[in-house]
Design a protein around this ligand. Structure first.
Ligand SMILES: [Zn+2]
Length: 279
């Protein structure tokens, strides 16, 4: 089904955080696309030609696959972010697979076109740089969690991450999917889910896991998810509510911005005007 770019632009929090002039720079380059569950956005080693923005409840994961056929999730990206090539200068090889876990509409932009927009807009450059920092924080925390924390806590971390991105307590995931995300055997994962269900944290159904008590889940889990959430809040202006990730506050050129744009460069005049206006 065709996706209306104007509607989808509102349903990706990163794009929604852009002001009018910056949206206008991106809009002509945004292309709607819908991926089925399990589809590959890009494969490890292949050139990342597009930056892809999941919209609404669509969720993708960056997955590392080892030579013995096992896999593990390194980052989970929903309507708060973007997949691939955020900071790179164009079409570079991917270091992970990007797999669609929850199907839904997405928007994508050619990586070269995004570079061009970033050259024109210090605000777009700043927003995407801050998002990249948050995504890196998620990846680094995942690697520490995978190495240091027991499977029950790793499982709870991933369920909270997904819950925040879907905004619904009913998570449409199978045991097979969750096992592959966590890099464990399905039978082992099923035993772990049963333990979490007995604790009153989740209810396991066919093709779905329902979050029953988020507050209790947060107490039972390691603090890895909370640390990443705090980083998103501080650096990106992410706002979390009962429905998970609700918005990204439109920032001024923030105190975290690493860019200084000379007045005579494209976008430079706008940069100082935006700073004066408190954007
Ligand atoms: Zn952890």
């Amino acid at each position: 089904m065709p996706v209306d770019p104007a509607v989808s632009l509102e349903s990706n929090l990163l794009l929604r955080a852009l002001r009018g002039a910056d949206r206008d720079l991106l809009k002509p380059h945004l292309e709607p696309i819908t991926y089925a569950k399990g589809a590959t956005i890009f494969e490890a080693g292949a050139a990342v030609t597009h930056v892809t923005f999941p919209c609404e409840h669509a969720v993708a994961t960056l997955v590392i696959t080892t030579s013995d056929g096992r896999s593990a999730e390194t980052a989970t990206i929903g309507h708060e972010g973007a997949v691939g090539g955020i900071v790179s200068q164009g079409h570079v090889p991917a270091s992970t697979h990007a797999i669609v876990q929850i199907a839904g509409p997405m928007l994508r932009i050619d990586a070269y076109a995004l570079q061009d927009v970033k050259r024109q807009s210090p605000y777009v450059r700043d927003l995407f740089a801050r998002y990249s920092d948050c995504l890196l924080a998620q990846v680094l925390q995942s690697s520490a969690c995978n190495a240091l924390h027991p499977i029950e806590q790793r499982c709870l971390r991933w369920l909270q991450t997904l819950h925040d991105r879907i905004g619904s307590p009913v998570l449409p995931i199978t045991h097979e999917l969750l096992a592959s995300m966590l890099g464990v055997q399905r039978t082992y994962l099923t035993r772990i889910l049963r333990i979490l269900q007995d604790q009153g944290l989740i209810r396991v159904g066919r093709g779905r896991i329902t979050v029953l008590d988020r507050a209790k889940m947060e107490i039972a889990s390691c603090d890895c998810h909370a640390r990443v959430r705090d980083h998103y809040t501080t650096v990106l202006g992410a706002v979390y509510g009962d429905g998970g990730l609700e918005r990204i506050e439109p920032h001024s050129l923030s105190r975290f911005a690493a860019v200084e744009v000379p007045f005579d460069e494209p976008g430079g005049k706008r940069a100082s005007e935006m700073a004066k206006a408190g954007r």
